[in-house]
Design a protein around this ligand. Structure first.
Ligand SMILES: Cc1cc2nc3c(=O)[nH]c(=O)nc-3n(C[C@H](O)[C@H](O)[C@H](O)COP(=O)(O)OP(=O)(O)OC[C@H]3O[C@@H](n4cnc5c(N)ncnc54)[C@H](O)[C@@H]3O)c2cc1C
Length: 357
């Protein structure tokens, strides 16, 4: 295809779904990636970076390290029309095809160096503390508790969760095995307990739960499930396609309902499956295939379809152990740990982006 004939594809969000879509399309189309930060970060490696900030050197890499032809615009997107997106910096970026992949809202700094400094500050916070309180027993809270319990066994770790079991996104067996592992590592878990986040600040050391319990801790981490990164879509022409949970309704070709040239991928879509990076990668493949097909022939009738993935999930518990839920059973131990916990898939992910592992 001649350069001037190439379709303009705009991908909003440089996480697992967006970055993989860009990689699959940049040789075929005139691709622009819009992301507020200069780097790609492997989301599930964040907790390891908290206990070992140097880990971030490999688990984060600049978009410019893997992009060959695509253009990067560093900004958040704040709105969209039928033929352009609008960035926070006021730029209008025209598209022939649009891909929405804003997973979870990003609140971190725009540069990798600043991000590593954040991890160093968190790490120092842990080192200075005798007792660490973690608020939230979903995957982020549990993985952080596991990392601290293994790397800093001398620290007292308290994990507080508002639900009746940890890791509610997976089955009860995984929750039970995780609780038993944490108990064995002396992590004190409080279930069915809440702390009003408005009542605490960074320097709080005495925490009162809504049931009246007092917890004393030298530092704390809030690991409450993040909202969907789709809130900006409310101010766009695609607002009508959001469901009651703020997820985008897509058809089996991953096109946003009611559109012919707008796709969505990753955690923001309303396909009934676990929100997982491995699903986001598959979405990216389907979206890229379909954009290639439609670029050649807008009336293409054999578009690729996406079928919801089975409920597979792995939650790491420190450096060697993980709890894994697979279609054939749920296991906690070194085997799932070998798959995930040692390197947190950083090597294969880097390789997938054409970088040295
Ligand atoms: C603790 C933890 C462990 C996990 N472990 C695993 C695992 O082992 N395996 C697995 O497969 N999955 C795992 N997951 C799930 C996985 O991280 C997500 O499913 C995946 O990151 C979703 O990818 P995404 O591209 O949709 O969103 P994200 O990775 O959240 O990326 C969203 C991107 O959009 C950008 N963005 C947000 N808002 C805007 C905007 N307005 N404009 C422009 N850009 C924007 C952000 O900067 C970001 O780059 C884990 C998640 C957590 C929290």
């Amino acid at each position: 295809m001649e350069a001037e004939q190439k379709k303009r594809v705009v991908v909003v969000g440089g996480g697992i779904a967006g970055a993989n879509t860009v990689r699959a399309l940049e040789n075929y189309a005139d691709v622009t990636l819009i992301d507020p930060k200069e780097y790609f970060e492997i989301p599930w490696a964040k907790l390891r970076c908290t206990v070992e900030p140097k880990f971030g050197e490999r688990s984060m890499f600049l978009h410019s390290e893997y992009l060959k032809k695509a253009t990067l615009i560093m900004s958040a997107v704040t709105g969209a029309t039928q033929d352009a997106v609008i960035t926070a910096s006021g730029k209008q970026v025209k598209y022939d095809y649009l891909v929405l992949a804003t997973g979870t809202p990003y609140a971190g700094p725009p540069s990798k160096a600043q991000r590593i400094k954040h991890y160093q500050a968190d790490n120092q916070k842990i080192k200075n503390a005798k007792t660490v309180l973690i608020i939230g027993g979903g995957p982020t809270g549990v993985e952080l508790a596991g990392e601290i319990a293994v790397d800093f066994p001398e620290k007292k770790v308290i994990l507080l969760h508002s639900g009746s079991r940890l890791l509610e996104f997976v089955g009860e067996k995984a929750s039970r095995k995780t609780l038993a592992w944490l108990n064995a590592k002396n992590v004190k878990v409080h279930l069915n307990e809440r702390i009003d986040l408005k009542s605490i600040s960074e320097t709080t050391i005495s925490f009162t739960t809504t049931s009246g319990k007092t917890i004393i801790a030298d530092c704390h981490f809030v690991c409450i499930g993040k909202k969907s990164g789709s809130s900006w879509i409310k101010d766009s022409v695609f607002e009508y396609a959001m469901d009651e949970r703020g997820q985008l309704k897509v058809d089996s070709n991953l096109r946003v309902e009611g559109t012919t040239n707008v796709f969505a991928a990753g955690d923001i879509i309303n396909v009934k499956e676990l929100k997982q990076g491995m699903c986001a990668q598959k979405h990216a493949q389907v979206v890229a295939d379909n954009i290639k097909k439609l670029s050649k022939d807008p009336n293409h009738t054999k578009l690729s379809t996406y079928k919801a993935s089975p409920d597979i999930a792995m939650v790491s518990l420190g450096r060697n152990i993980a709890v894994g839920q697979f279609p054939f059973g749920t296991f906690c131990g070194r085997l799932p740990g070998m798959l995930k916990s040692k390197d947190l898939f950083v090597g294969p992910t880097r390789k997938g982006f054409g970088l040295k592992s």
